[in-house]
Every structure is written in C-alpha cells, then in structure tokens.
Design a protein around this ligand. Structure first.
Ligand code: AMP
Length: 455
C-alpha cells in the first residue's frame, strides 16, 4: 500500500491532500497512520523533511468529529514558535473542507491576551510552546481536561532546551486516559525517560535508517582508550587539510564539546555548537562553518540536527553515540547528494557495547584502522572517565568519584572484537547488562509513584 488513495481517509481530507499535490504517503506517514488511528501510544523517530507533521495530523484529523465544545480535544506541543506556526499552517492546509478550529500559542513578544480570547471562543486543537501553554493553563483560560490526544513534536529539542518541568506541569493537568504521540529526530536518555514515565507500551518506529545513503559513505573506526588520546588522534588526522576539508565532530555531551573546543589545535579553524550556547553564538558558528571560515565544527547530537549542512567531507564521532540511531543520523551528514563522504568512529573500551549495537543495527562491521604511530597515548582521564559514566545527558552534572583503569591490551582486544560477530542482543539488554541501570530522575519519579500507591 503506497498511495493515499489506499488509506482509509475521509473524502474532505483526501481532497485536501489531492489539492496539495501529494500522491503517495512518505514512509513515516505509511508507518504511523493505522497505529495512531488505532489509538495506540506512538513514538516516531523521524527528522524534519520526512513528512512527520502530516504523519500525525492525518490520523488525528481523520478521527476528530465535529464538535462545538469549548475545551480542546487535541494538544500539540512544539519547542519553538516557528514550529508552532508551521504546524498550524499544515493543519490549515489539510482542513479547507472540514470544520476544525485550531490555534497556535507561543510566547516571546506575542501578547497573551488575544490568545486568551481565542481560547475562550472554543478550539478543537491547540498547538503551543510549553511555557506559554502552561501560563495559559495557570490563568485558568485553557482547560485541558477534555484532551484525548497529546502530541509532542521534536521532543528531543524540547528536553534539550530544558522544558522538562513545563512538560511535567502540563501532564499533571491532562486526563490520564489519553493517547500520547511523540516525535523525535534523535533518541536521548531524556526522551527514553519520558517514554518510560508517561507512555503505555508505545509502538516505536524509526524512519531515516532506510533513507540513509550508506553506499556513499566510507566508514572507519579507531580504538582509542580515552578523551585525551582521542584528542591527540584528532589533532593528527586534522593535519591533512585536504582530506579533512569540512569536518563535523560529534561529541556526546556539552561538557565534552566545550572541553574539546578549548584544547584542540587549529583554534582559528574551530567552531562549536550546543544547546547551552546563545542563539546568536550558534548561528555564528554555523555561518562560519558554512562559509569555510571554520573548517571544523564540534557539535552535540540534538542541536546539530536542525541545521542543513552542505558538503561535509568527514563526520567524526568523537564519542560513540549512546543510541545507535544517532550514529545513523550523524553519518548521514556526509555523503549527501551522491558525493562520497567519510565517517570515522572513535571508541573506547567502555564504548564497545555501543559500537556493537550500531553495527547490529546496520548489519555492517565498521572497518578498524590501525592506531597511527606517533600519536601519543595519554593516561590522563577526564573527571567523567574517572567516574563510570553511562548516561550521556547526565555527565554535565556529575562529580568525579572512583578511578577506573583502562586496560593496557585494549587496542588488541577491540581489534579482535571487531572481527568476531557478537551475539545479537537487544540494545537495551546489552546496555543494561553492561552498565546496570543508572538511577535517573525518571526512576525517582517512578519510585515516588510506587510509594504513593503503597500509602
Ligand atoms: P515535515 O517533515 O513534516 O516537516 O514535512 C516536510 C515537507 O514535506 C512539508 O513541506 C510537507 O508539506 C511535505 N510533505 C509532507 N507529506 C508529503 C507527501 N506525502 N508528499 C509530498 N510532500 C509531503
């Protein structure tokens, strides 16, 4: 089934789609339609450009009956005002032939009073940024108790921007019996926690993997014991300015991004972005990378994904990503438009399990390069390496604890590992077995819930 015609869609919606000139649903639209329509909790891992907005709007609109009730039945949360506006526009495009009231609410310079008046008139769908939305709830204008479907779009960005508290506050005002639909471009531990805490056996679909042009990307890896040795290796590789002409370096945490930015050679050719940098700083970093002033851009997963970078020669995963999907997103930044690109993965002994998961996901063993002679192997460890880091998002807040020694024979060991095919286990199982489950904020909430129940 790969035509809109074949999906069970009501006539007025079908006509709107035909007016837009869309013939075939995109993969995420095909994957999600019947699940969302069936009322199941749903997690879609898909980037902007995959048609994700219509993927959730279509089944929601299909299911939405005419009503003149005042309180909204659908709530859509998005991290930015731009996205709110975009989503409202998509709703308008799909509803010229049906009677649906939709309103976008967001903060900034936008006065809250006209939004209050529009809500009081009655709406079917409210699309909003979390902070403004919660303000409207607090002011008693917006009542959420009739919400049957909650969508959180770009949930990774939302959590990376620190909207977790607002989300929790909003959740508390929603009826517990509702359908939850989450869309995220990347997986992060926070997204995982949110899914664990608030969704009921969600159907999870990852799009993007099939669309990744793996054939045009040469992949390589290096076994490197720690952060400072990785930095030495990076300095060595980056000396070849012809081959490494436009390099995107991914690191797992904001701390590592800042640290690498400070100590890497080639200071005049370096830029960095992550979500703790001001918007202006981020824009400048990207501009410098795009106009060639900076040959090298250091970035974290979440923040890098909203930007469309042109002709990246090499993607270096300085840290092995915690979620294998993110590796696919990372390497997809090179090898675009039929051009050959290169992706290089650095992995430490602690990251072997993560690398194995990536290889299982791709069904491909990344070739291992020999560690170059002359690159100094450092024994210095970062505070997080002295600890036992598991949760990359948490690293920003962690203090150092007991020391962990890196094995001497590590490089030999990992060379052997890369040749042997490891037993295929589920990703979560592998990580849990290897690292044990860390105590996370999500767990605390679960524990609190359990305590409350016992009382
Ligand atoms: P999104 O990923 O939701 O940001 O959508 C990216 C763009 O693709 C938007 O401009 C949509 O209008 C467009 N689009 C969505 N679904 C389809 C489709 N089935 N066929 C063609 N274009 C689409």
């Amino acid at each position: 089934m790969n035509r809109f015609e074949d999906l069970k869609i009501k006539k007025p919606l079908k006509n709107a789609i035909a007016d837009l000139g869309f013939e075939n649903p995109t993969p995420i639209q095909q994957e999600s339609y019947s699940t969302i329509l069936g009322g199941f909790d749903y997690v879609g891992i898909a980037q902007t450009g995959t048609g994700k907005t219509i993927a959730y709007l279509l089944p929601i609109l299909q299911d939405l009956k005419f009503s003149d009730q005042l309180n909204p039945r659908v709530l859509i949360l998005a991290p930015t005002r731009e996205l709110v506006i975009q989503i409202v526009k998509e709703i308008e495009k799909l509803t010229p032939y049906i009677n649906v009231r939709a309103l976008g609410v967001y903060g900034g310079s936008n006065n809250i009073n006209p939004q209050k008046r529009a809500i009081a008139e009655g709406q079917d769908i409210i699309v909003g940024t979390p902070r403004r939305l919660y303000d409207l709830v607090l002011s008693n204008v917006l009542r959420l108790r009739s919400v049957k479907k909650l969508v959180i779009d770009e949930v990774d960005i939302m959590l990376d921007f620190g909207y977790k508290t607002q989300l929790k506050n909003i959740f508390e005002n929603l009826p517990t019996k509702r359908q939850n639909i989450l869309f995220s471009a990347t997986m992060t531990t926070y997204v995982d926690e949110l899914i664990d805490d608030f969704l009921v056996n969600p159907v999870k679909k990852t799009i993007s993997i099939s669309g990744t042009p793996l054939e045009t990307i040469t992949q390589e890896s290096y076994a490197v014991p720690n952060f400072y040795t990785k930095t030495n290796l990076l300095n060595h590789l980056l000396e070849d300015k012809e081959e490494f002409s436009k390099v995107l370096i991914f690191v797992a945490t904001k701390v590592n991004a800042d640290r690498l930015f400070e100590i890497l050679n080639f200071q005049s050719e370096l830029s960095v972005i992550h979500s703790r940098k001001e918007q202006n700083y981020r824009t400048k970093s990207i501009e410098k990378f795009e106009d060639g002033t900076s040959r090298i851009l250091i970035a974290t997963d979440v923040i890098s994904r909203g930007i469309d970078l042109d002709k990246v020669s090499t993607v270096i995963s300085f840290d092995t990503p915690f979620y294998p999907e993110n590796y696919i997103h990372r390497i997809g930044r090179t090898g675009r438009a039929e051009q050959q690109g290169k992706a290089i993965l650095f992995y430490s002994e602690k990251e072997i399990a993560l690398k194995d998961s990536i290889e299982s996901l791709m069904n491909y063993t990344i070739p291992l390069n020999e560690f170059p002679e002359g690159v100094v192997v450092s024994s210095q460890l970062t505070p997080e390496e002295k600890n036992k880091p598991v949760d990359p998002d948490e690293l920003y807040y962690e203090q150092s604890a007991s020391e962990v020694k890196v094995g001497v024979s590590f490089q030999e060991k990992s060379a052997k590992n890369s040749k042997e095919k490891v037993e295929k286990k589920s990703y979560n199982k592998t990580v849990k077995e290897r690292y044990k489950k860390p105590v996370r904020r999500g767990d605390k909430i679960q524990n609190m819930k359990k305590k409350r129940k016992k009382k």
